[in-house]
Design a protein around this ligand. Structure first.
Ligand SMILES: Cc1cc2nc3c(=O)[nH]c(=O)nc-3n(C[C@H](O)[C@H](O)[C@H](O)COP(=O)(O)OP(=O)(O)OC[C@H]3O[C@@H](n4cnc5c(N)ncnc54)[C@H](O)[C@@H]3O)c2cc1C
Length: 439
């Protein structure tokens, strides 16, 4: 796409949807933010009880699992509307759960909706959507580079009436509480790199599935097991699943993963903007409330720069994300690959910068757990790694851009002034001669 040919971008939404967004913003702030400070004390069961009536309200409003087609209880909103919705939901880590669009269940539901057989939909998708089952997506391995999934080592062997899966995965989010795992494994090692892997639905209680641990992380440094949001290490040891465990076509694993991840990245980016906005509000509030060295922080140019730079970055990220969403709606996820890659690394950087500045402006208070900023900071760090590290998205963007260029002929830059001047002198020789002879 030429950078000049997209003057008719339209991210507007109808007034009825604006009203829904306003309702969501009020609801998330009034009903979900307060839960954040007691979620750990409530425990898993108490938390489920606390959010059950909220979920009912969301369902009654017709906003549950909005990413799915209407036949599956969703709204088919399209990515621009979903993006605007996720910006609001991103303000609280619990809001996506209340709206039935939390990762990884939402992505797995999309996969099942896209590629599942009617039996698979009935067995896995319907209870997943009803909130009766949980799922995990099990692709990354500790011993191969997740950023280059063509290196996957987990194998699924065709054994007549069954598939037998052997491999070692980690960072399967929610794996330790999942009822089923969507596992990516190599079925056709001799095929072309992106046609080697397939996806399987593996019930978590299948013999040979060994959940080793939830890997402690920056987000949850203490050892724990079986909690929402844990990142499981899993060994698949001769796991036999029936032939109908194959999700989508054999060899279509990468294609399906791309379809799952494209729109999902838009939702991530918009949720990050929700986090950024909350941190930004804290930054501005602090600037107006803290006095040091003879003036408010708000009157110091460094802090003014933080506020102005944050506002500019957030605005840029928001427009870029909505543009990518608009392109997906207009032309499909495959056509928007560059826009999606651009916003994935740019949005992660904006999130990091805004949270970092807000934390800095609060000094020791920002570093303490008396404010949510330290948790946001840890959350922000992961955004630069999951769903593809920054470097891979930058590489993919640069490669695509470079396809539109070629090396200069004879090694002379196209803009080389002496060369251009010589050509211009030749072209305008008559005029130049006339000017010179008039002197
Ligand atoms: C919070 C969190 C949740 C996650 N959830 C899931 C999940 O649910 N399911 C799942 O399967 N996985 C999940 N992951 C794993 C995630 O997708 C991988 O961590 C990611 O794909 C990177 O793979 P890797 O960790 O193996 O890093 P590697 O591939 O080993 O890369 C390490 C580093 O090498 C550098 N690098 C790589 N390629 C290039 C390049 N081309 N140019 C320059 N530098 C490069 C980058 O700096 C990169 O960070 C999650 C990760 C995190 C942090």
């Amino acid at each position: 796409m030429s950078p000049y040919d997209a003057m008719a971008w339209d991210f507007s939404t109808e007034p009825e949807f604006r009203r829904e967004l306003d309702w969501m913003a009020g609801f998330v702030r009034a009903e979900i933010w307060p839960l954040e400070t007691v979620a750990d004390d409530l425990g898993a069961d108490g938390f489920e009880r606390a959010i059950a009536p909220l979920r009912d309200e969301v369902k009654e409003r017709g906003l549950w699992a909005a990413h799915l087609p209407p036949a599956l209880g969703g709204q088919s909103f399209g990515q621009v509307k979903l993006g605007l919705m996720h910006e609001i939901l991103g303000s609280s880590p619990h809001a996506p759960l209340v709206f039935g669009c939390n990762a990884p269940d939402s992505g797995n539901a999309e996969l099942l909706a896209l590629a599942g057989t009617s039996d698979q939909k009935q067995q896995w998708l319907e209870p997943l959507l009803a909130g009766d089952l949980r799922s995990a997506f099990s692709m990354t391995e500790p011993d191969t580079a997740g950023s280059d999934p063509t290196l996957l080592a987990t194998r699924a062997i065709d054994d007549g009436d069954a598939w037998v899966i052997d491999g070692h995965k980690w960072f399967s989010s929610n794996g330790s509480i999942a009822d089923f795992l969507v596992v990516m494994a190599v079925t056709d090692p001799d095929a072309r790199p992106h046609q080697r892997a397939s996806m399987f639905i593996v019930p978590a209680d299948t013999p040979g599935v060994r959940i080793v641990r939830d890997v402690p992380t920056m987000e949850q440094p203490a050892e724990h097991f079986g909690r929402l949001g844990g990142h499981a290490e899993i060994v698949y040891d001769g796991v036999r699943v029936a032939r109908d465990a194959l999700l989508g076509a054999r060899g279509a694993g990468f294609e399906l993963a791309q379809q799952r991840l494209g729109p999902g990245r838009i939702h991530h980016c918009m949720r990050w903007l929700g986090v950024s906005r909350r941190a930004f509000d804290m930054l501005c509030e602090r600037a107006l409330g803290r006095h040091a060295h003879g003036s408010l922080l708000a009157e110091k140019q460094t802090v003014q720069n933080w506020i102005a730079d944050s506002a500019a970055q957030m605005q840029a990220a928001r427009l870029m994300t909505l543009h990518a969403a608009w392109r997906i709606d207009a032309e499909g996820a495959a056509a928007a690959r560059q826009e999606i890659a651009l916003i994935k690394f740019f949005g992660a950087g904006v999130l990091h910068d805004v949270v970092d500045r807000a934390l800095q402006a609060h000094g020791a208070l920002g570093y303490s757990t008396d404010l949510p900023l330290e948790a946001m900071y840890r959350f922000a760090r992961a955004a630069r790694i999951y769903d593809g590290p920054d470097e891979v998205h930058r590489q993919s963007v640069a490669r695509r851009i470079l396809r539109g260029y070629r090396a200069p002929e004879g090694g002379v830059p196209t803009e080389h002034v002496p060369t251009r001047r010589a050509a211009a002198r030749e072209r305008f020789a008559g005029l130049l001669e006339a000017v010179t002879s008039n002197d």
